[in-house]
Write a protein that binds this ligand. Structure first.
Ligand code: 6R9
Length: 660
């Protein structure tokens, strides 16, 4: 084996990049450590997690470690169930003694000429306690829900931690979602308060967040209050009652707020995510297991060491921001960087300028960003000094080897291990990932399981577990891990049905995968009706229901198709109401409509007018065929003998929108 990083070792098929000796020697885990810890975690999970559960501070120590069942009709997941703790105390208070003056959060604003902020743990403590007291003053108590609809500003982290401090359950709605999507989430979680800002600057443009909130709250209970952070200073319309400016509410308020004692299984947050059917579901994560796992994966996956500046470029509106901007890093006493902007503003060098400026050690982003920047030319990267960067990470979708190689060679200069982390909103933290000092990497593979994780590959139709190492099938988990989601908010039945009913006694991820002869996992993508657009999950059913809500649309079917930058693009087949003329203007209008119903990320890339959709005689849309046409691969339509009217397919092929 080559022991030089950046130099692939070639076996018959895939290049392998082993960790350098230096990386292995200095890391939290080298190969032997990983192997031993992994083995221990599987052979005796109770003992393993009893030990690693100690990485957080408990108010009342747990005596029970694991109590989990995937059994049909009785899915029940509990970790550390008799322990009590507070997440905010773990992320802030316990660091005050030794690192009170250390920077907890570096905030880099959208506008590169605006000054960055460095918030110490002491300052973080004061901000969080004040906001927590404001929330209490608004009547928020333990177990209440608070929706956050915020830009990437430090107050987003304060708000999360303020909720955690008083035992309120936060539900973050990505600030790119529309008023309608926001209203659905406020109502779904029966939130008491929405925390927002006047505006959200991103890429030099401003989204009027408060306007969206006002619009959303027209569809919510009158009692919902709104706490507003002043970010841009723009004019906003305040509602006649229930609206409070944060800076006014905090004026003169105490910065003492004792943390609430929470049970390990009390919910910490709800995060809505798209599924294959119906509207997004509220994924529920709880307190103890989530924090243990988020902090442990943050430390090991990124080989985080004291003094490192860690940067995850995600938005806190996604799970990646929850676990790896806020909870994991802060539980570890790290310095975490929060970036308000976008990779290409003011220019395509912004990411690398920020890495240089703040001496970032770990950089964690999504393949879609890497692909977009790769197309802008190497000089945007090479003009910056990236010598502080030690580890590179990716998340959100499969990374194609070309992007992996560019990330490795140009950004990492061949010196930085790439951790391709596979996980989900539902999993709370990384399940498949290399460890920088331990795992030889292969471009495009999320490699091996984290401690305690037992991936299995099932034969898709029979559900049989495949024991051969090299194989392909659907990816499931055989047993629970501490950060597993506990339920769907308000609908435990849906939780069981979605994740535990297709394959009994397993957690079903919704992803397909291949396992190679070395036992490495290669995610092949979703096997359900979820598409992955720029690393964001979108249910085709959601886009379809937005489309059919438009007065001109009779029927719609949405599928994904390969897209160079986004990974997958959104392809919509639309059947109009009788007598409606298909015009370019109507196409634009439908695009705008979907944006306003869900948000810009849901805007269809291609809309094809479909006089009819291919259906079985029982009226089921044959999506397999629609996918093929969208992929411009209609030579292989497969069995079309069950079609009610085969001629619709010819028309769709003739008028397809995606032509090579
Ligand atoms: C963390 C996050 C989850 C879905 C997941 C899979 C895809 C995520 C990936 C990956 C290949 C990776 N996915 N990471 N596919 N390689 N490293 O992204 O959560 O938004 O819930 O999406 O994303 O399809 O099932 P979430």
């Amino acid at each position: 084996m080559s022991d030089r990083e950046g130099e692939p070792m070639l076996d018959d098929k895939d290049p392998i990049y082993p960790p350098s000796d230096e990386m292995a020697a200095g890391a939290h885990a080298d190969r032997a450590t990983y192997d031993a810890m992994y083995k221990a975690s599987i052979e005796d999970p109770e003992a393993f997690w009893a030990e690693h559960g100690q990485r957080v501070d408990w108010i009342k120590p747990f005596t029970k470690v694991k109590n989990t069942s995937f059994a049909p009709g009785n899915v029940d997941i509990k970790w550390f169930e008799d322990g009590t703790l507070n997440v905010a105390a773990n992320c802030i208070d316990r660091h005050l003694k030794d690192r009170g003056t250390q920077t907890a959060i570096i905030w880099e604003p959208d506008d590169a000429s605006e000054e960055a902020q460095h918030i110490s743990y002491q300052q973080l403590h004061a901000h969080v306690c004040k906001m927590a007291n404001v929330l209490k003053g608004m009547g928020v108590t333990k177990g209440d829900r608070v929706v956050l609809y915020l830009p990437m500003i430090p107050q987003a982290a304060y708000a999360m931690l303020a909720c955690a401090r008083i035992g309120a359950i936060h539900s973050i709605v990505f600030a790119g979602f529309s008023a309608d999507a926001l209203a659905a989430r406020v109502n779904g979680s029966e939130a008491k308060v929405v925390i927002t800002a006047d505006g959200a600057p991103r890429g030099g443009r401003v989204t009027n967040l408060k306007d969206n909130v006002n619009q959303a709250l027209l569809h919510c209970d009158d009692s919902v209050q709104c706490l507003i952070v002043k970010r841009t200073g723009q004019e906003v319309a305040m509602r006649p009652q229930g609206d409070v400016w944060l800076h006014e509410a905090e004026d003169g308020i105490s910065n003492d707020c004792p943390p609430e004692e929470m049970n390990a299984e009390d919910p910490l947050f709800i995060l809505y995510t798209s599924g294959s059917t119906g509207m997004p579901k509220g994924v529920v994560h709880t307190t103890g297991g989530y924090l243990v796992y988020a902090s442990m994966t943050h430390q090991y996956t990124f080989d985080y060491k004291d003094g490192d500046v860690f940067w995850c470029t995600a938005d806190v509106g996604w799970v990646t921001g929850h676990s790896y901007i806020v909870y994991g890093p802060l539980a570890n006493g790290a310095t975490t960087l929060m970036f308000e902007g976008v990779p290409t503003y003011p220019d395509a060098g912004r990411f690398w300028a920020v890495c240089e400026k703040h001496k970032v050690a770990q950089f964690y982003t999504a393949p879609t960003a890497i692909r977009a920047l790769m197309g802008q030319g190497d000089e945007w990267v090479t003009k910056y000094d990236l010598s502080s960067v030690r580890i590179l990470g990716t998340v959100g979708e499969p990374i194609n080897p070309e992007a992996w190689n560019w990330y490795n060679d140009v950004v990492g200069g061949g010196r930085c291990p790439i951790v391709d982390t596979w996980w989900q909103t539902e999993t709370g933290g990384h399940l498949l990932t290399p460890l920088p000092g331990a795992t030889p990497t292969k471009p495009g593979s999320a490699t091996l399981p984290f401690f305690g994780v037992q991936p299995v590959v099932l034969e898709p139709t029979s559900g049989e577990e495949i024991t051969e190492t090299a194989t392909e099938g659907v990816l499931c988990m055989k047993d629970s891990w501490p950060a597993q989601m506990r339920t769907v908010w308000g609908d435990h039945e849906r939780f069981e049905k979605t994740y535990f009913s297709d394959y009994k006694n397993y957690y079903f991820t919704g992803d397909g995968c291949r396992r190679d002869a070395d036992g490495y996992y290669w995610i092949t993508g979703r096997v359900d009706d979820v598409i992955n657009v720029s690393g964001h999950r979108m249910g085709t059913a959601e886009v379809e229901s937005a489309l059919v809500a438009h007065a001109t649309v009779a029927e719609a079917a949405v599928v994904g198709y390969p897209h160079d930058i986004k990974g997958q693009g959104i392809y919509a087949y639309v059947t109009l109401m009788g007598g409606v003329e298909p015009t370019p203007e109507l196409r634009k209008e439908l695009e705008t409509w979907v944006r306003s119903e869900i948000g810009p990320i849901a805007k269809p890339d291609l809309i094809q007018w479909a006089p009819g959709l291919p259906k079985t005689r029982s009226g089921k849309i044959m999506r397999r065929i629609l996918r093929k046409i969208a992929e411009d691969d209609f030579g292989a339509l497969g069995d079309t003998s069950t079609l009610a009217d085969p001629s619709v397919v010819d028309d769709l092929i003739e008028n397809r929108m995606n032509r090579a």
